[in-house]
Design a protein around this ligand. Structure first.
Ligand SMILES: CSCCC(=O)C(=O)COP(=O)(O)O
Ligand code: MG
Length: 227
């Protein structure tokens, strides 16, 4: 079965963990209380706040909602509601020129090469689809968004759950053997492999302790595509 598509993670794969944790997360943390106060009744925002309030067991305008979201940022909880709100907050950061998204130097050219070779490219990240589009639309290497055919986030399921990858295969209409998934997290690669998808482990910051049989590469240039 020949390879038809590549699905890539963002943090730790196309882009540095440092940028996400030291630039994006602090920006969202600082802006979140004001954003919630200003947009609580916005129809795009309210359902996410309600989801947090329901999970905490408090009223939507209780201080625990903001406190919980700030705590989730601090512990890097990949909660769909937090990720949706972060994406909305980052929009003003990109628009205001506060930052550009980091991509490793090997990424733009390799994505272009795969795209030109006819491979279909997708993103699967815990960051919301809106946040992914902002990210690749405002990268340090320019607008990389046109290279991607589609995006998946945790609304399709968690990245460590095999069912999420089966759903992605269903959405893009391919068999696992026709798809390659790239990530820096072994548990995500395990789930993709269980769905029959090829995997490559990105070791951007040095070797991981246990590769669990996944082929490891230091960057995108070193990826030898499966037949
Ligand atoms: C594109 S949004 C910024 C990244 C982010 O919020 C995140 O949680 C990254 O998770 P990933 O699944 O890409 O490791
Ligand atoms: Mg990652």
């Amino acid at each position: 079965m020949s390879l038809k598509a590549i699905v890539t993670d963002i943090e730790g794969t196309t882009s540095s963990i440092h940028f996400v944790h030291q630039v994006l997360f602090p920006f969202a943390r600082a802006a979140l209380p004001g954003f919630v106060g200003q947009h609580r009744d916005d129809p795009a925002v309210r359902p996410w706040l309600q989801q947090v309030a329901d999970e905490v067991g408090c009223a939507i305008d209780a201080p625990q909602v903001v406190e919980t979201l700030l705590h989730w940022i601090d512990i890097d909880r990949k909660h769909t509601a937090l990720k949706a709100l972060q994406g909305m907050i980052w929009e003003s950061g990109y628009a205001g020129g506060d930052f550009l998204a980091h991509v490793y130097p090997d990424v733009p050219d390799q994505l272009r090469a795969w795209h030109e070779a006819g491979l279909r490219l997708f993103v699967y990240s815990s960051g919301s689809i809106a946040a992914q589009k902002l990210f690749f639309g405002h990268s340090k290497a320019g607008n990389l968004l046109p290279l991607f055919e589609g995006h998946f986030d945790t609304t399709i399921g968690g990245k460590r759950e095999v069912e999420s990858y089966r759903r992605i295969l269903g959405e893009i209409g391919l068999d696992g053997g026709e798809v390659l998934f790239l990530s820096d997290i072994v548990a995500e690669l395990d789930a993709a492999r269980a769905a029959g998808i090829h995997t490559r482990l990105l070791e951007r910051e040095g070797e991981v302790a246990e590769r669990n049989g996944h082929v490891a590469v230091p960057d995108f240039r070193a990826i030898d595509l499966p037949g």
